[in-house]
Design a protein around this ligand. Sequence first.
Ligand SMILES: C[S@@+](CC[C@H](N)C(=O)[O-])C[C@H]1O[C@@H](n2cnc3c(N)ncnc32)[C@H](O)[C@@H]1O
Length: 236
Amino acid sequence: MPKMATDARTDFGFEQIPLAEKAGRVRDVFDSVAARYDVMNDLMSGGLHRVWKAAFITWLRPRRNMHLLDLAGGTGDIAFRFLTAGGGNVTVADINLEMLAVGQGRANGEAIPIPDGTLDAVTCAFGIRNMTDKEQALSEIRRVLKPGGRFMCLEFSRLALPGLAGLYDRYSFGVVPRLGRIVANDEASYRYLAESIRTFPDQDRFAGMIAEAGLSNVTYRNLAGGVAAMHSAWRI
Ligand SMILES: C[S@@+](CC[C@H](N)C(=O)[O-])C[C@H]1O[C@@H](n2cnc3c(N)ncnc32)[C@H](O)[C@@H]1O
């Protein structure tokens, strides 16, 4: 069946929904949580997301002559860190205007409004998991990179410490949605977060998808025992 058939379905957390509805549902999630997004990140992760983002920027090694596109850039965490660490020029793109407290350029990661071969680097932090057609997003990322350009992704991934799985499940399906209700008045969006992490490909499968999109030298590093992972790849 062709992918764009009107009865095609996709995941939204653990739900199966019509493909055409996913972007709108994801937009609703981030409309709803935008105002409390940063504080929720700190609370949920105990500040750990800051350590992960710092490690991500260190691995990226920003330079003055680097033009970065931070895709699904949200409130600008990666963009700010890139500039502070010596990066030259950054464009923040996100599907959601509410999340774009910083930067400009409302843009869908599955159809990036940037010409071919123009960017030194593309980053995507906790964004691609929410996209409907991840293969299309990766293909777009490859298209906008210059030859020699680099893609880096920071995303929740698969826990590599099975002994902690029960604790992790109780935390992400129990504590996180409850925190979402108390702090952001939105339990459902934070349940979606936990579910979408479980349906996102694990480290090796995602590395395979990046390679399938035509990017090379794909490697990854786990963070917090695989709670999150950073993937790096190059357009050659
Ligand atoms: C969890 S937030 C991550 C924000 C930021 N990168 C960070 O690390 O804090 C996910 C972001 O992805 C954006 N997003 C979801 N689907 C998108 C798409 N198809 N294209 C671009 N951005 C998208 C959402 O609007 C949201 O701002």
